[in-house]
Design a protein around this ligand. Structure first.
Ligand code: SF4
Ligand code: SF4
Length: 435
């Protein structure tokens, strides 16, 4: 486990320059298509919503330093500020000092809880339910019904590939699980789904409850250890397995991992898959923070960790990160008829949907306000569809659009420029219909 104390030296690199508050912090002259979206723009959902320094990453880094130095005690107030962050990582891609901002925020949350402060109400509920042997998911659903949606052969140990479904697709957004399974069938992958699958632990790790996280991480690692490849449809589960399990356990994963969109990308890039059916809509793409930005950052940092020549490898790291950011774009551009209209804040500078890091459950108004901010940016591209590949982004955008439509009905105002007419589409769902 990476404790806050272990991250002390990383935190000490923060010079409080506040570059991490802005998307395109290194490109003040960057030109956008519209007056509203141009130049350096604020990019921290927490700072924008709460409006003062403590909620921006720069403030959190300094509070962390004060906490580590014993100048700021563990308190409910400190935990509330630390938890009101979507852990989106926008700040991390801006920081020229390579500070692991999200790891520090998550470790601060854990340290405050370990110092005796109760986890916030909704977050506590996650850990209780995931720790319960009859549930093992944050949604309070029976464990025995986890694979009820699946018509294929469960627990097939002869398969070399396993699909880790995740709690949200297993219980709340089953169409995502069904579309992913259908894609795998169409691609001729021999795979299985395991009845003993448990929550990946993301919601409890993010919210600082590490004991239960450790337990589910070990269970999942043991469960999948004999597979060659584990595939994911959830951006959060994927990031947790790919980035957090090795960091938190101190050992590499015993199997390969890939998000289903990356799997399709591999086939498209190698010329093994050609999408023939058209999709003639104007689409804007929302990068899920977990599977795009966080994985991109990890790819860059993995190159730098093993570097003997920082100058050369920092360029190689940036290049590899940028290549990762292109993955969904390569897939979208392979779909005939699809017109991709990019938003202003994309890739490392992408603006979060607002749902992550335990925010949607504990701070629903903050989550909704952030979704609306992103929907406005999406609408500014003139697109009909906002497309993404993460169940949390889909849910939060859907709630944002519903809130806008309700406002339209109540006031008679036309909120199409705010995104009320946008359609939210999951990329895996679209791919299933095109393959
Ligand atoms: S985290 Fe990095 S970008 Fe943010 S204030 Fe500190 S040094 Fe500056
Ligand atoms: S992770 Fe996202 S919400 Fe949290 S401080 Fe950084 S930019 Fe703000």
């Amino acid at each position: 486990m990476t404790s806050l104390e272990e991250l002390r030296r990383v935190n000490a690199r923060c010079i409080h320059c506040r570059a991490c508050q802005y998307a395109y912090s290194g490109e003040p002259d960057k030109e956008g298509e519209t007056e509203e979206y141009t130049g350096m723009l604020q990019g921290c959902p927490a700072g924008i919503y709460y409006g003062w320094e403590g909620y921006f990453n720069s403030g959190k880094q300094w509070m962390t330093r004060a906490f580590l130095n014993g100048e700021l005690p563990a308190s409910r107030e400190l935990l509330e500020i630390a938890e009101a962050c979507t852990t989106c990582g926008m700040c991390e891609t801006q920081c020229e000092n390579y500070i692991d901002t999200v790891a520090i925020t998550e470790a601060l949350r854990a340290a405050v809880i370990e110092a005796g402060v109760e986890p916030l109400d909704k977050h506590k509920g996650f850990a209780v339910r995931v720790g319960d042997d009859g549930l093992r998911n944050p949604y309070n659903e029976p464990r025995a019904e986890r694979t009820k949606w699946f018509a294929g052969k469960v627990d097939n140990k002869d398969a070399k590939v396993a699909y880790f479904v995740g709690c949200t697709a297993a219980y709340r957004e089953q169409q995502i699980a069904e579309h992913t399974a259908s894609i795998m069938d169409k691609l001729g992958i021999e795979y299985t789904v395991l009845t003993d699958e448990v929550c990946c632990g993301s919601p409890i790790l993010r919210t600082g409850q590490r004991d239960v996280f450790r337990k589910v991480m070990e269970e999942n690692k043991e469960l999948y250890k004999d597979f060659d490849l584990v595939l994911f449809s959830c951006a959060g589960c994927y990031k947790t397995f790919r980035n957090d399990y090795p960091t938190m356990s101190g050992e590499p994963l015993p199997f390969k991992v890939r998000h289903a969109v990356e799997y399709v990308y591999d086939l498209v890039a190698e010329g093994k898959l050609k999408i023939e059916k058209p999709y003639s809509k104007k689409v804007t793409w929302h990068d899920p923070c977990h599977s795009i930005r966080h994985v991109g950052i990890a790819i860059e940092k993995e190159i730098l960790e093993n570097s003997e020549n920082w100058l050369l490898d920092s360029r190689a790291g940036k290049k590899a990160k940028e290549k990762h950011f292109e993955i969904p774009r390569v897939v979208l551009n392979a779909i005939p008829g699809l017109e991709l209209h990019e938003m202003y804040r994309i890739k490392g500078d992408s603006f979060c949907c607002g749902a992550g890091g335990g925010v949607k459950a504990q701070f629903p108004d903050f989550a909704l306000s952030t979704a609306k901010e992103r929907l406005k940016e999406a609408a500014s591209t003139g697109s009909e569809v906002i497309m993404t590949s993460c169940p949390f982004c889909v849910t939060n955008f859907t709630h944002g659009i519903e809130a806008l439509q309700k406002e339209e009905q109540e006031t008679g105002a036309d909120l199409s420029a705010a995104g009320s007419k946008l359609e939210v589409v999951e990329l895996l769902e679209l791919l299933d219909s095109l393959l």
